[in-house]
Design a binder for this molecule. Structure first.
Ligand code: NAP
Length: 474
């Protein structure tokens, strides 16, 4: 497997990295395992200090981090800067809150004595991450697991090795002990081997259904816990009462942010028929204003896609959609630049049997549907094997929230832009995966929720409900 940095704007191969050896994997597992035991006896406050220092170093090196990301996977520099800052915010949040989140909790019980759940580390965690938010994906798993005391091994995407190594270096240079996060250029067999290893206690994967299913199968085979953050076909529903100026201003950004290569990107726009024409017109207008170019240049507003392969796959999907009856309202024309550019495209008339109705288009392509009732909008939104996120514009936010209740996804934003912040849980249902990252839920993903019951002495006069024999043997 080739780990390479290829600039998708210039198509130049910037750097190549050799694959990890089995010996390096073994060392990482052993370092991680030893650190797990060291962390157990360490005050969590020490790790909080280290995590704060990591946040500070991320901010100090933000220009280098952002530029490396833009050169490696093509995102606009301003977006890369935003991603870097978000990593620092996540690190600070867990440094500030993890101790409280992990405090033992008392449970009211009818049993004799006091019952508490203690939250403890479990061991080394394997992390498999994608290229689209190459730093943020690492930090979502790193910060909470570092705080609880789970060391990590990272296998990043083969097209983002430089960002992976840079973040691992920043973390290590900020003072995190060796083994806290070891980045390795692993092949798939080595990932399986790591998951099978008894020193590893869980695996967190963000990526496609294909890799999610493979990695979860290996985890299941070895009885390891897993969390999966997979794809999405998030609906963006526009109902009566929606403010069309706000809708128009957010819709295009929702689709073109990160060049449309985002799991929670709004991929299906579901619009009431009386607003449909205006919606399409304004989406088209906004799509037509973006300026392709060098993503390092501040004037550029349309980035290249991350690889030639990704662009070719998207083109094939759009061609298939058109063959199956989709109408191109805008776009789908070549952009005369050497980078991996894909013109923002709007498709309508996508029927249920069109592949674009059921498969994720991971790039700047919007599918717009017309509906005549709210029930139809909800039914269409739920007519997907995915269940990650979604947006509802409804004017009245209470009514919007009632609609949100009926959407089968893990996150819904009403009359709002999408957020990802450390205090908000992130994740989906159906084929978008399971488990949550960020927030308290992300903190608890790989902890041992250990029950400790203490009493001064057993209550032998009241055995009801106890798992000891009530029969008197005397
Ligand atoms: P991908 O091919 O599944 O790659 C993701 C990661 O999994 C990469 O590190 C990849 O390594 C690795 N991988 C793939 N097959 C593997 C295997 N058999 N064993 C071990 N590792 C394996 O995903 P992608 O297509 O690049 O990423 C885009 C997908 O991720 C989209 O579907 C998107 O919606 C989803 N995504 C979800 C979220 C979320 O939070 N829900 C966030 C971002 C992206 P290689 O690069 O070496 O193949």
């Amino acid at each position: 497997m080739a780990y390479q940095t290829i600039n998708p704007y210039t198509n130049e191969t910037v750097k190549e990295y050799p694959e990890a050896t089995d010996q390096q994997l073994e060392e990482a597992l052993q370092n991680g395992h030893e650190l797990y035991h060291t962390f157990k006896t360490q005050d969590i406050k020490e790790r909080a200090e280290q995590l704060r220092q990591i946040a500070a170093n991320i901010r100090e090196r933000s220009t280098e981090l952002a530029r490396t990301c833009t050169i490696e996977m093509g995102k606009l520099l301003a977006e890369a800067e935003g991603e870097v800052e978000l990593c620092a915010v996540i690190a600070d949040w867990y440094a500030d809150n993890a101790e409280e989140l992990l405090k033992p909790e008392e449970i009211e019980t009818g049993a004799n004595g006091k019952a508490e759940v203690h939250y403890q580390s479990t061991g080394v965690i394997m992390m498999v991450e994608p290229w689209n938010f190459p730093y943020y994906q690492i930090m979502r798993v790193f910060a909470p697991n570092f705080m609880v005391g789970n060391p990590m091994i990272l296998k990043h995407a083969s097209n983002t090795p430089s960002t992976a190594q840079l973040m691992a270096d920043v973390i290590s240079e900020a003072g995190a002990p060796k083994g806290s996060l070891t980045n390795l250029f692993l092949n798939y067999d080595q990932v399986s081997k790591a998951i099978a290893d008894p020193r590893v206690q869980g695996v967190a994967l963000t990526g496609s259904e294909r890799s999610g299913s493979t990695v979860a199968k290996t985890a299941g085979e070895h009885l390891k816990k897993s969390t999966l953050e997979l794809g999405g076909m998030d609906p963006f529903i526009v109902l009566d009462g929606a403010n069309m100026d706000e809708v128009a201003d957010i819709a295009w950004r929702s689709r073109l942010y990160n060049c449309g290569q985002e799991c929670t990107s709004s991929k299906r726009f579901i619009v009431m028929e009386n607003m449909y024409d205006e919606f399409v017109e304004r989406l088209k207008d906004n799509f037509s204003k973006v300026k392709p170019g060098d993503p390092l240049d501040e004037a550029t507003t349309l980035a290249p896609m991350n690889t030639k392969k990704a662009k070719e796959k998207l083109q094939e999907q759009v061609d298939e959609a058109i063959k199956a009856g989709a109408h191109v309202v805008y776009g789908n024309e070549p952009i005369d630049l050497p980078g991996q550019f894909f013109m923002p495209t709007i498709l309508t008339d996508v029927d249920r049997d069109n592949p674009a109705h059921t498969t994720e288009l991971f790039g700047p392509v919007a599918v717009v549907y017309k509906v005549s009732t709210e029930e139809e909008a909800i039914k269409l939104a739920n007519d997907s094997s995915y269940g990650l996120g979604g947006t509802v514009f409804a004017g009245d936010s209470e009514h919007g929230a009632e609609v949100a209740e009926k959407i089968e996804t893990g996150m819904v934003f009403v009359n709002n832009i999408r957020y990802s912040l450390p205090e908000l849980p992130f994740g989906g249902v159906k084929r978008s995966g399971y488990g949550r990252e960020l927030s308290k839920l992300g903190q608890m993903a790989f902890v041992n929720e250990k029950l400790i019951m203490k009493a001064d002495k057993p209550d032998m006069d009241n055995l009801a409900g106890g798992l000891v024999s009530p029969v008197d043997l005397g």
